[in-house]
Design a protein around this ligand. Structure first.
Ligand SMILES: Nc1ncnc2c1ncn2[C@@H]1O[C@H](COP(=O)(O)OP(=O)(O)O)[C@@H](O)[C@H]1O
Ligand SMILES: [Mg+2]
Length: 282
């Protein structure tokens, strides 16, 4: 059982002067239990791709298949797909609509048939998971801070217990401790055999937390590999809008100048490489 995208293309405003080819011949698959990051510059097509994964957009050509079911306009298929693929929007305001946090978070599971104590427990569990105190339940989500709104948006998707969790730029607007908490949450989701698809323009974060990374540039998939393969590739070629983190540039220079083995963003491994170079140069 997996999520697979086959030869997907999508153009906005086809034939008009405002035509934008957002996605061109994208193919990849994602498995439960992995964190897959999709990294690209602004306007590279990330949000358009995210909206295809739970059927908010239907492919103009190619296909998206979730656990054997294709996203198409059949409402029965879409219902099943939206139950298994949870999408957290880029901006929480795109998603939040209810007057209280509790109503917001219970909307999904209520829709899938949960009622009474089970529904209340599901809401409180989702709030706890995302680090929202139970006292927030009666708060108006529109009056919360940006970081709190984002947590409500994530909790409302987690409450439906999706098999695939797609997050579009989830760290935007979070401070460093918020980013660390979110990273821990994504890792814990993975341990529960959920597939996490993390969409971001933050290459360094993607390199640190992912099992696999896709690079998307101007609507085209330019790479698909492990963080170490992607680091190697980005050391050699430039991808629009993506800047190699300083730590990787240093590792690359060590490899180029002194022939150290692997390019790494792990500070401990890098320290070992520098130590080895110092010994060799003595
Ligand atoms: N609703 C829309 N109507 C027309 N063009 C759009 C629309 N949404 C996005 N685009 C265009 O599609 C391309 C990809 O956008 P998007 O998927 O939002 O990229 P990203 O999320 O990587 O910033 C861009 O050229 C953008 O201007
Ligand atoms: Mg976007």
């Amino acid at each position: 059982m997996s999520l697979s995208v086959n030869d997907l293309s999508f153009t906005y405003n086809s034939g008009l002067p405002t035509e934008a080819k957002a996605l061109q011949n994208i193919s990849f698959s994602a498995e439960k239990g992995e964190i897959l990051s999709i990294v690209g510059h602004t306007g590279s097509g990330k949000s358009t791709l995210a909206m295809h994964l739970n059927g908010l957009l239907i492919p103009q050509s190619g296909e998206v298949v979730i656990d054997g079911i294709k996203t198409d306009s059949d409402p029965k298929n879409l219902r099943k797909i939206r139950q298994s693929v949870g999408l957290v929007f880029q901006y929480p305001e795109q998603q939040i609509f209810a007057e209280t946090v509790s109503d917001e978070i219970s909307f999904g599971p209520f829709n899938w048939g949960l009622r009474g104590d089970a529904l209340e427990k599901r809401v409180l569990d989702a709030m706890e998971l995302i680090g929202l105190d139970a006292s927030f339940a009666s708060a108006n989500p529109f009056q919360l801070s940006g970081g709190e709104k984002r947590r409500v948006a994530i909790a409302s998707v987690l409450a439906s217990e999706p098999s695939y969790l797609v997050l579009d730029e989830p760290t935007a607007g979070l401070d460093l401790s918020g980013v660390c908490e979110l990273t821990c949450l994504l890792k814990s989701m993975c341990e529960k055999e959920i597939c996490v698809i993390h969409i971001t323009h933050d290459l360094e974060l993607a390199l640190n937390i992912s099992d696999r990374i896709l690079i998307i540039s101007e609507g085209t998939l330019t790479a698909n590999g492990t963080p170490s393969e992607i680091s190697d590739m980005l050391s050699e070629i430039n991808v629009k809008g993506l800047i190699l983190p300083d730590i990787l540039s240093l590792s690359y220079e060590l490899k180029k100048t002194y022939g150290t083995e692997a390019i790494t963003s792990d500070p401990h491994m890098l320290a070992e490489q520098i130590k080895a170079v110092k010994i060799t140069c003595r």
